[in-house]
Design a binder for this molecule. Structure first.
Ligand code: HGY
Ligand code: MN
Ligand code: MN
Length: 440
């Protein structure tokens, strides 16, 4: 009987360490050769995209699966059924986050946590969050099908309401019950949490203790154009930006558009226009990758023949440096008071959310690079201009993020697109990174 030399070597190695723990029984070579089922991953991404698709639309028309909507509930049910196909038993925590644990050989070891989200922005794309979430399920199913028992317990997670960064901050202690009256997508958070299976009365139970897991991994589309332009298939995230969100209220005086002389107007919309231009000026006047956006604006009474008396709008500032973000915010506050003086209006700017910048763990970055190299995939390191649940998980344990290219750098749009090959590559890098971390 011919004995394969390699099997012999592994057998001898196993004999040296006593009764082989399941991991050793799976030759490292076999682990290194493990690949996800790319066809199944694509099928799940296409099936998930149906929940929140515009009526009569196709995959290319994107999705509005906003948090707490009926489409969100339907998409979450779809994802939980897919988790069951991977032999997981999904659990929803009081914050609406969906967890799927998988036992490891040594239950005393801290679990490896990985996942993403499936809620979208209005008129969003079919890859933001979805790739990382469906890939997490795919990794679990691949391990199950190949009878791989990792040493560490594993747990996948689909965070709730990522687009407003709610589910993961609730888990990380960045938010608590004091925000239950907030309204997202027209639904009070308290009602939305119940609707998706959470429990606003038990939010404290959603808290994850620091260092209660060994690390957090997230696969995500880049949402910017760096990888696509560089023709590099895998991004290794260095860090996730700090985000400060503000609500602005500008009070002027509503009056007749025909009989109110220009010099007597207290035009709230004129003040808003000047303030939006000031945001652009403050953010662009110094070198760097910082960004500032006014994405929401409401005019009252919003009639063509009434001088606007009230305007409400958002301001969002981002950069890897929290200090720079805060400094820009202060300068915008100062400019706002000048504009208020000039236009005879009153401008109130209130900070409503702060998401801390988070640096990825250097060891995990290296592990991702080694996993990609093992798959013959080139990598580059880059920051994330998008916010992610990973930046909240980084406050509890070491974090790592894997990026795949967004074609044309487009995201938060029905035109968001990533090649299926890149989705498969990203999921395989996630799988191999998990196996490599597990062997630590
Ligand atoms: O807004 C963001 O950066 C993320 O896509 N939620
Ligand atoms: Mn996302
Ligand atoms: Mn997003």
């Amino acid at each position: 009987m011919r004995v394969n030399r390699r099997e012999l070597l592994y057998g001898m190695a196993a004999a040296c360490v006593g009764p082989a723990v399941p991991t050793l029984s799976i030759a490292l070579e076999k682990q290194a050769g493990l690949r996800n089922d790319a066809v199944r991953l694509r099928r799940r991404l296409e099936e998930l995209s149906a929940y929140g698709r515009p009526a009569g639309g196709t995959f290319a028309d994107g999705v509005s699966r906003v948090a707490y909507s009926d489409a969100d509930v339907a998409g979450r049910n779809y994802a939980m059924n897919a988790m069951r196909e991977a032999e997981l038993k999904p659990r929803i925590d009081p914050a609406g986050n969906i967890f799927g644990p998988r036992a490891g050989a040594d239950a005393s070891l801290p679990r490896i946590l990985f996942g993403s989200h499936i809620d979208s922005v209005p008129n969003g794309g079919n890859f933001d969050g979805d790739v990382g979430s469906m890939s997490a399920i795919e990794v679990m199913q691949t391990l199950e099908e190949h009878h791989v028992t990792t040493k560490h317990p594993l747990e996948m997670v689909i965070w709730s309401n990522e687009e407003n960064l709610v589910g993961s901050p609730l888990a990380a202690g960045g938010l608590d019950g004091s925000v239950l009256s907030r309204v997202y997508n027209g639904i009070r958070m308290e009602d939305g949490l119940r609707k998706i299976g959470g429990d606003p009365a038990r939010l404290a139970e959603a808290r994850i203790a620091p260092h209660s897991f060994c690390c957090y991994l997230e696969l995500h589309i880049e949402q910017g154009g760096t990888l696509d332009q560089a023709k590099i298939p895998i991004g290794v995230v260095e860090g996730v930006v700090s985000i400060d969100e503000y609500q602005v209220e500008i009070h002027g005086f509503a009056n007749h558009a025909g009989t109110t002389p220009m010099r007597e107007r207290r035009n709230a919309l004129l003040a808003a226009a000047k303030l939006i231009a000031a945001v652009q000026d403050v953010v662009t006047r110094e070198p760097g990758r910082q960004v500032g956006t006014v994405g929401q604006l409401q005019v009252f009474p919003n009639a063509h023949n009434v001088v606007p008396g009230l305007v409400k709008h958002s301001i969002e500032l981002r950069d890897l440096s929290a200090e720079k973000v805060a400094r820009m915010g202060d300068e915008i506050q100062r400019r706002a008071q000048e504009i208020a003086q000039e236009t005879g209006t009153e401008i109130q700017i209130t900070k409503v959310d702060h998401h801390p910048a988070a640096m990825a763990d250097p060891e995990i970055q290296k592990t991702i690079e080694e996993a990609a190299a093992g798959l013959g995939l080139k990598t580059m390191r880059l920051p994330s201009g998008a916010g992610h649940d990973a930046q909240w998980m980084a406050r509890l344990a070491p974090m790592g993020m894997i990026f795949i290219p967004s074609i044309g750098g487009i995201s938060h749009s029905p035109k968001e697109l990533t090649a299926w090959r890149d989705c498969a590559n990203g999921a395989n890098v996630l799988l191999q990174t998990i196996l490599s971390l597990d062997r630590r």
